[in-house]
Write a protein that binds this ligand. Structure first.
Ligand code: PLP
Length: 407
């Protein structure tokens, strides 16, 4: 597939999605729910496969909501998250029957309550918590720092009366998402331990205001290789340790009275995708080999351009049996008219010529959908979904386009 796909193309393998799902389920407590976070990759064929695997859908925009509904998730299997929600998006979610929302502030609780009241429905809110300290580990901290996500633990404990239920809104649980891309079971366990302890303190503080811990969303942060070689990390050692932790800290999780749920994006789809792209030019400049590809930060790595992720170190692989010419230590760029369009400053590559194709593995998460796709107007890559365990099924090929409509 990598040798024959048109370039540029993202090639996704459904067998890898199923494999990752099996691995992640083996790492999680037996009685727990798992949400797929659509932000990692909302491709409709991947969504349909993840739904068949048994995940629920975590969405944080109207676009993701529609993608989840189109993929067949029913409204009761959708969790709507995210800071700063607009009335219109909440209204659409409510009108589509979504009844579970993560909220970040007392204002957001009031807003949800008002819109639920206008529709005479009763909704459930998970209060998102920004705990007081960041978690250790290599990932991207999303807690313990000033943030748009969640209410600080100290704020909730100081003013619990502001975080209680409303006329149409039951505060039915807590949502803790501490960081992303943790690859060590120890780091994951540390963050979950901190989360369940924080959840206990907050539950006690909010109990007088009507809160019950029906749902404990422990987030995730399950790491995966990104744009470099590697395979899905086996986290099965986590399950017994997590179950012991829950037995100690969340007494009724086994009965389901408190439902424990997790969220994951990159672990489920990261290793399922490869970007195949072509070499457009090769030259030397100021003593350095320079390889210009037909894909740059418009197709992959836009988030690192915005400093959200560490600089990309893509692992480039020739699709030919052997490279030609001597190895290169190259500046690898895309074709965009900006010096920021750089994937790597000194990537070790086999000899390459214009017309060769290269592959960037493990780009199934935060690849195309986290890139600067509108910048400079180059065509977007095709997306080809195949199933390496079912070679008889026809691959699905499509391409995103940007269109302008008048308001
Ligand atoms: C609330 C929440 N859930 C889930 C995710 C998905 O993270 P990942 O793709 O690392 O699993 C994120 C990522 O930022 C998040 O903020």
């Amino acid at each position: 597939m990598l040798a024959t796909a048109p370039t540029p193309a993202y090639v996704y393998d459904l067998a890898a999605v199923r494999h990752n799902h099996t691995l992640l389920r083996a790492a999680l407590p037996r009685r727990s729910g798992l949400y797929y976070s659509l932000k990692a990759n909302p491709h409709p064929v991947l969504l349909a496969e993840l739904r068949r695997c048994g995940t629920r859908a975590e969405v944080c925009s109207t676009g993701e909501l529609r993608a989840a509904v189109d993929a067949g998730w029913s409204a009761q299997d959708i969790l709507y998250t995210g800071p700063g929600k607009r009335d219109a998006e909440l209204a659409e979610a409510l009108d589509r029957g979504v009844l579970l929302f993560s909220v970040d502030t007392p204002y957001a609780l009031d807003q949800l309550d008002r819109l639920a009241g206008e529709r005479a429905v009763r909704v459930r809110a998970l209060l998102r918590v920004n705990d007081d300290q960041p978690v250790p580990g290599q990932g991207l901290a999303m807690t313990g720092v000033p943030s748009q996500f969640g209410a600080d633990t100290s704020w909730i404990l100081d003013e619990p009366e502001r975080f209680g239920g409303r006329a149409h809104t039951v505060v039915a649980g807590l949502h803790l998402y501490m960081g992303t891309n943790l690859t060590r079971a120890d780091d994951l366990l540390t963050q979950f331990t901190r989360s369940v302890r924080t959840a206990r303190r907050i539950t006690e503080a909010l109990a007088p205001y009507g809160m019950q811990l029906d749902i404990l969303d422990l987030g995730g942060g399950f790491g995966a290789p990104f744009a470099s070689a590697g395979s899905t990390v086996d986290l099965s050692a986590l399950r017994p340790r997590l179950e012991t932790l829950l037995d100690t800290e969340v007494s009724d999780w086994r009965t389901g009275a408190t439902e424990v749920v997790f969220e994951s994006g990159r672990y489920l789809v990261g290793t399922a995708g490869t970007l195949v792209t072509a070499v457009l030019d090769v030259k030397r400049s100021h003593g350095r080999d320079v390889v210009v590809l037909e894909s740059g930060i418009n197709h992959l790595g836009g988030m690192s351009g915005l400093r959200r992720l560490p600089p990309l170190q893509p692992h480039l692989v020739t699709a030919q049996a052997t490279g030609r010419g001597g190895p290169l230590s190259a500046l690898v760029t895309g074709p965009l008219c900006t010096p920021l369009d750089v994937w790597a400053r000194s990537a070790e590559l086999p000899g390459l010529r214009p017309g060769d194709r290269v592959a960037v593995p493990n780009t199934g998460a935060y690849g195309l959908y986290a890139s600067l796709v509108a910048f400079l107007g180059h065509p977007l890559p095709a997306e080809i979904v195949h199933d390496s365990e079912r070679p008889e099924t026809q691959p699905h090929a499509s391409r995103l386009t940007l269109t302008r409509t008048t308001d």
